[in-house]
Design a binder for this molecule. Structure first.
Ligand code: HAM
Length: 444
């Protein structure tokens, strides 16, 4: 029996992989504009890292991690999220010697969740982590980066929701209020929340079972328990966002599912049909104690992560991402001698930057033409014995009667000039090879 993919995983085939490249390229451009540098950390880490970072009582660590012992009897975990590994690397590589570090990453994460649309066991995140500043201006920059990603893809119907978890004093007072409130309903709330009531009362608000009930809606709101300092800090973040014309709403019910957050937390939601609660495509917040808790010097941090499957679904719901799989030149060779020369020509063209293809199956003329069609070749070079003897090649423009015979050594400049004569004013590539919306392209 053939082996099939593991549950909750998926293949990205060439029919879709160009969409991923398009999305990732744009993300990298935005990160560059914001001056964030890429960091790549291992896909597995010591299990203890995630237990200490994400929190023992979080659903993520309790139920969702891929833990295993390696052959050296070490307990390791496939990373369920990116922050823990980045913080570990930040400390281990003494990156804290720099006053500010602005980092981003793109990569696979692993969570043992019930797979459904927009929820996988291996999924991809784009995340940023920013270390060194506890100033509200940093919160505003990080949120504006996330919003710029949304804008770069021209997504509509997006909601940015913000809340604050305040400082230590705020959370202590608020936890007491929550315990007092939910103790009245101890027998009604779900068994998981009964445990949370003892161990991590804040997490109760994240309950997937009872979140929408009246009891939950009437629960105390953290916003009413903020210390004066925490309140004025949060207001400053909001002021910066307003100044940048970023639309948001304050949602006192967001608590986020990970233990490391302090102060500002936020989520970005899209409305993708059929995605239900998987509509949250980005989540993040400040974590001012995490570096210290993991053994580093006290350093404030803030970041977020987008689920890339969800972001791509949102992009595809609004835009038609056409395949860019269009080659510049296909060389048809007829006969052994011609094939030998064609191989060299293809190689030379590629070295000059032309996307060039040939037939690898020694097919008949008709089949080679078919293959050039499959690749949407802009030009087709045809090389047979007669052309070889005369050191020339026939160049045909598909779907037109245009065909010329040119010297072999001018093939490269001929194709480049042809491509250039139809090139966009908005970018340097030839028409049809770019995603730009310039006038030249529209008039084509
Ligand atoms: P998170 O909210 O756990 O935060 O995940 C961020 C995003 O990853 C979610 O909003 C969602 O789009 C996506 N995601 C999560 N689980 C799945 C899944 N099973 N399948 C598909 N997509 C999923 C974090 O991971 C934090 N590390 C974010 C952060 C960075 N906070 C500060 N810095």
């Amino acid at each position: 029996m053939a082996i099939v993919k593991a549950k909750g995983t998926y293949d990205v085939l060439p029919t879709d992989s160009y969409k991923w490249s398009f999305m990732e390229d744009k993300i990298r451009q935005v990160c560059q504009i914001f001056n964030y540098e890429e960091i790549r950390t291992p896909i597995f880490e010591a299990s203890e890292l995630f237990h200490r970072t994400v929190g023992e009582t979080s659903d993520l660590v309790k139920k969702e991690t891929y833990d295993f012992k390696d052959r050296g009897d070490r307990l390791v975990t496939l990373r369920p999220e990116g922050t823990a590994g980045v913080v570990r690397a930040f400390i281990e590589n003494k990156m804290f010697v720099e006053p500010i570090n602005k980092l981003f990453y793109i990569g696979s994460m692993f969570r043992y969740e019930r797979p459904q649309k927009g929820r996988y066991r291996q999924f991809n995140q784009f995340g940023v982590e920013c270390f060194g500043s506890s100033d509200p201006i940093m919160d505003a920059e990080v949120i504006s980066l996330a919003v710029t990603i949304i804008r770069a893809f021209n997504l509509k119907g997006i909601k940015v929701r913000l809340n604050t978890l305040g400082d230590d004093q705020t959370r202590e007072t608020y936890k007491k209020a929550l315990v007092e409130y939910f103790t009245q309903y101890r027998d009604v709330i779900c068994p998981d929340c009964q445990v949370r009531l003892e161990k991590n009362p804040l997490r109760i608000l994240d309950c997937k079972v009872d979140r929408d009930t009246e009891i939950f809606k009437n629960a105390p709101k953290i916003i009413d328990y903020l210390s004066d300092e925490a309140k004025s800090r949060f207001n400053k973040v909001l002021e910066y966002l307003k100044e940048m014309n970023i639309n948001f709403e304050v949602d006192p019910m967001i608590v986020r599912g990970l233990d490391y957050y302090t102060h500002t937390i936020f989520e970005i939601e899209a409305s993708i049909e059929g995605f239900g609660s998987q509509n949250v495509m980005c989540g993040g917040g400040r974590y001012d104690h995490l570096v210290e808790n993991l053994g580093g010097p006290s350093t404030p941090g803030i970041g977020f992560a987008f689920g890339l499957e969800r972001l791509l679904a949102a992009i595809e719901a609004e835009h038609n991402l056409n395949s860019e799989n269009q080659i510049h030149l296909f060389i048809i060779a007829l006969g052994d001698k011609a094939r030998l020369k064609a191989m060299k020509l293809v190689n030379d063209m590629r070295l000059g930057g032309l996307i060039t293809e040939m037939d690898y199956l020694n097919g008949k003329l008709k089949n080679q033409f078919k293959m050039s069609e499959k690749y949407h070749a802009r030009y087709i070079g045809i090389l047979g014995d007669t052309e070889l003897e005369n050191n020339v090649i026939n160049v045909k423009t598909p779907n037109s009667t245009e065909q010329v015979t040119i010297p072999l050594d001018s093939l490269y400049s001929y194709v480049v000039n042809k491509l250039r004569s139809g090139s966009c004013s908005g970018c340097s590539s030839s028409c049809g090879d770019c995603n730009c919306d310039c006038e030249a392209k529209e008039n084509e």
